[in-house]
Design a protein around this ligand. Structure first.
Ligand SMILES: [Zn+2]
Length: 337
């Protein structure tokens, strides 16, 4: 653990398998009525590590004769690397779980959680044909990914949070006012936590220092994402961002501008490829290949998310035209009048 700001501690949780189980930041807002922001993975090992680190913080406070009491835990959004630890942490520390209604609905049980991310949205949009072999592969993949969620992430659902909080509200932490506000895009239930006096924002997965936030159906939306981070950029006195992955961001406005420019460039890139293929149109899978010429299946799978969402957004903006044929979907540019 590390004190990243007076009375704010960062506890890092190790990851494995690179992007599949990334290292995670959990923040402790320490004081007489403190909270934990984000719950991390829910494996026994992860929770043991977290509670041990919290004990160390408590000791520090005891030595300085400062009061230390954690009363609540709050999560930025309900992806497995953020909520899985809730139940075990609550039990280990005897604290209350605070959730927004949207988050609570997603993780109340296995069924609603699986519904929130397993979807035919790609298939519906890209019209991937459901051949028998494809069905078998998908079936195996689903079984595999579920095993993954329980074993590797330690996913555990929670149907009895102590309090449902308004996603647009104020919360008193250690006697200070913090603002909670919705910031959807990366996840439908994503919230941010902000303190205007300090200029500190806990951004969850929305703004990361060096990596691009993952975007993909069904619960992501590029337009929402852009709106969310644009309004974060406008926050009065924004000075410092603590993200769920990676180091603190000391130049928040520049970083957000960079992310917005990156999204704009990606949008242009997709449009250019469609313009270059205006005669015969282009299928989504060929757009993916044009952007990522490397023959990497993993890369294509990961990138598919933002490309599909960008196509959707461009279609909504009437900047491209989609032609559905029985066999495939083709995209054409919209002719400028
Ligand atoms: Zn996430």
């Amino acid at each position: 653990m590390k004190e990243v700001y007076p009375d704010i501690f960062l506890i890092k949780e190790k990851g494995i398998f690179g992007a599949i189980k990334p290292p995670e930041n959990i923040y402790i807002l320490a004081g007489s009525d403190g909270i934990i922001f984000d719950a991390g993975y829910g494996t026994k090992k992860a929770v043991r590590h977290l509670t041990k680190e919290i004990k160390r913080i408590e000791q520090l406070y005891n030595e300085k004769n400062k009061e230390f009491k954690l009363t609540r835990i709050l999560v930025s959004h309900c992806h497995p690397d953020h909520f899985s630890g809730l139940k075990r942490i609550r039990k280990a520390l005897g604290i209350k779980v605070f959730l927004t209604q949207k988050s609570a609905d997603i993780i109340k049980n296995k069924k609603s959680f699986i519904k929130s991310f397993e979807t035919d949205a790609y298939k519906d949009y890209l019209r991937i044909r459901k051949t028998i072999s494809r069905r078998i592969i998908n079936g195996l993949r689903n079984v595999g990914s579920r095993l993954f969620y329980y074993r590797i992430y330690g996913v555990s659902y929670i149907d009895d949070p102590e309090e449902i909080i308004d996603s647009n509200s104020e919360i008193i932490i250690n006697g200070e006012i913090w603002q909670i506000f919705p910031s959807p895009g990366h996840a439908i239930d994503h919230i941010s936590l902000y303190n205007k006096e300090k200029g500190i924002l806990f951004s969850g997965d929305n703004i990361l220092r060096s990596i691009t936030t993952w975007l993909g159906p069904p619960n992501c939306d590029v337009k929402d994402y852009i709106n969310s981070i644009e309004s974060i950029r406008e926050l009065p006195n924004l000075k410092l961002i603590f993200a769920a992955h990676g180091s603190p961001i000391e130049n928040p406005k520049e970083r957000i501008t960079d992310i917005l420019l990156h999204r704009e460039e990606r949008e242009k890139q997709v449009l250019e490829i469609i313009n270059d293929n205006s005669d015969n149109g282009i299928a989504p899978k060929d757009i993916i290949k044009a952007i990522y010429p490397q023959n990497s299946r993993f890369l294509h799978q990961v990138a598919r998310g933002w490309i599909v969402l960008t196509l959707k957004m461009l279609e909504e903006k009437h900047l491209l035209r989609r032609q559905d044929t029985k066999k495939k979907i083709l995209f054409f540019p919209v002719k400028m009048k």
